[in-house]
Design a protein around this ligand. Sequence first.
Ligand SMILES: Cc1cc2nc3c(=O)[nH]c(=O)nc-3n(C[C@H](O)[C@H](O)[C@H](O)COP(=O)(O)OP(=O)(O)OC[C@H]3O[C@@H](n4cnc5c(N)ncnc54)[C@H](O)[C@@H]3O)c2cc1C
Length: 434
Amino acid sequence: MTTSIKPHKILVIGGGAGGLELVTQLGHRYKKDSNITVTLVDQKRSHIWKPLLHEVATGSLDPSTDAVVYHAHAVKHHYDFQLGCFSGMNAENQTITLSETKDENDQVILPERYLQYDTLVLAIGSVSNDFGTPGVADHCFFLDTAKQAERFHNSLINNFMRINQQDSGVLNIAIVGAGATGVELSAELYNVTDMLRSYGLPNMTAQQLKVTLIEAGPRILPALPERISSSARKELSKLGVEVLENTLIKSANQDGFTTAEGNLLEADMMIWAAGVKAPDFIADLYQFELTRTNQVLVKPTLQSSLHENIFIIGDCCACAQPDGSWVPPRAQSAHQMASLVKKNIKLQLNNKALQPFIYKDHGSLVNLSRYSTVGSLMGNLTKSSMFIEGKIARIVYISLYRMHQIAIHGFFKAMLVYIAEKVSKVVRPKMKLH
Ligand SMILES: Cc1cc2nc3c(=O)[nH]c(=O)nc-3n(C[C@H](O)[C@H](O)[C@H](O)COP(=O)(O)OP(=O)(O)OC[C@H]3O[C@@H](n4cnc5c(N)ncnc54)[C@H](O)[C@@H]3O)c2cc1C
């Protein structure tokens, strides 16, 4: 254990896939060292693992029961939690600004505050990138936060009820972006529609649902191997999803999307899931070197290219690998970066040389709800990928989330959470209808 003589404040901003794992580990590591404090800042009160947001959107997952509340988690894992939106920083004075927090009636709950740090970790994730496409911000749903996913869910339930009341209505949903989010959401929509009969909406069946998945590139899942993409495409077509490749969206309005060729793709609900960028306000801070998508450039050790005592992890980090590739914005990248930064903070406190980040791609999996899971696993020795699908792929897919739960709860509590989830699946409806 490091025994610090001078007081040292470690501040982590963003309690998502990477940040929450990091503060949990740091909290335990330094709990006996009264000179080292670990603080997490997040703009929300609770954490939901982001890869589950499409399940929140369709109602397969209820965030009110499945979320981790930061205040309570902090007490158990020996760190301090500060609610607030990070909006400014002064790297010279080593302070950050949290803007005031207001309630839904615009009453101030917490005033603007300044927090001091000795080591800062930025883990604020990413948001959808609409590439400035006209009308998208006003007419589309996004799945960046649990709040946005719930807003989509409410609208979806209202539309289900509306169609159920009609004799022959159809609910038209158009999704732009056939990456993992768009593909998984398409399948999940058919899954929940299939269940509605059991929950008192017998007229809203899968025949009343029309999902159109729109991709600008020549194939869906462009970042994954071709075999995964063609297997996922076959499954989606079986479900009834209309997949439109090579289709560039030029604008959106209340009726639907307009393509570059000028065709209108009509839709009752529109979702934008095409690409990500780090939040725009990072550029307004003028404190970092950024890429075109606002990601902060880092040294191999994950320190900001301009500041020795600031580390960047997860989706907001632009980390080049020795072969010239960039670390992809994925949960497994955030997880691996959190583990290295924990080590590097300790090394830095002990005035030792820091270690470089080498991303280990363990493969990619896409879950098509209960219908199928497809993906690839990377061989440790050969570095070649192995195509997997079906039950084995599903188990590996779920294990990613289980690993996150173990990282933030510890093994024993994670097992209890798992059992509680299984029990609640028996006693609760399979989907959230309110
Ligand atoms: C629907 C969906 C499905 C996905 N599926 C997969 C998948 O199957 N596999 C995979 O590997 N990846 C998947 N991803 C990507 C994965 O979720 C991200 O790569 C991962 O969550 C990034 O982790 P992070 O810690 O960088 O950011 P996040 O997990 O996004 O956490 C960022 C945190 O920062 C907080 N924050 C942001 N701004 C501020 C601010 N100004 N002040 C204070 N707090 C702030 C947020 O509230 C949040 O808690 C998916 C993403 C989505 C949206």
